[in-house]
Design a protein around this ligand. Sequence first.
Ligand code: GDP
Length: 256
Amino acid sequence: MKFVAKVHIISVTSKLFRFFFISLALPKVLSFGKPQINLVFRLLIRTFAAKLIIMEIKKAEFTLSAPMVSMCPKDTKPEYAFIGRSNVGKSSLINMLTNNKKLAKTSATPGKTLLINHFIINNEWYLVDLPGYGFAKRSKKEVAKLEQMIQGYILQREQLVNLFVLVDVRLEAQKIDLEFIEWLGQSSVPFAIVFTKADKLSATKVTQNVEAYKKVLLETWEELPPIFITSAEKKQGRDEVLDYIEDINKTLVSNQ
Ligand code: GDP
């Protein structure tokens, strides 16, 4: 299977060029060859450049909760959805990304979000909180209804440009996640994998687990999807995920 990068032609070179130009070349030009001034300039401008490059969340507002795809917002803005097994840390991640502790409900009760929740970010794009899958303690009928809702959204929502699949970094690759990922591949849905709760392990163990996960994926996939390592607790991975979204948004605007 091949990872589908439908709209994701990321402008890495232009980004690197911008970063190096702003943080290296510009201070040199402005300091007229004086090394001390150059160093101060470089530090100041590097901080400024990082801010320029990484997306700022200026506004994050709840829009609506929909029980089915046909009731989602009538809007054409790009959507980035988040999904994972109950308790994977989805609400915490959404709150961390948006810098808003109350945006998505964080709770220890698994599977509480049972609707498709839309949040409008910076009036530019939607963050979509999908119900968690792997619903323990639910009736067959309820599970079928939720699966239908999730599948309907993922397959029919044209505005969906990327699905973030959340995986707890502490666990071995779970059958239910691998099956879901395989289904995404078969359905040509662009996705990225987000490992959560990285603060719960040592950095070495995180790397080992992620490498082991990649190995499992490569048994079925020719290429790996984009992978992010995050911790809501330590705000790790925030810039990387937002940067990725920003890149896709820019590609979409320039393709219009
Ligand atoms: P959801 O059911 O997927 O929305 O998961 P929640 O965001 O409600 O998180 C489930 C539990 O994991 C809660 O007790 C969170 O406090 C905890 N949790 C989530 N993310 C992190 C993280 O990055 N680090 C740590 N240490 N705990 C986390």
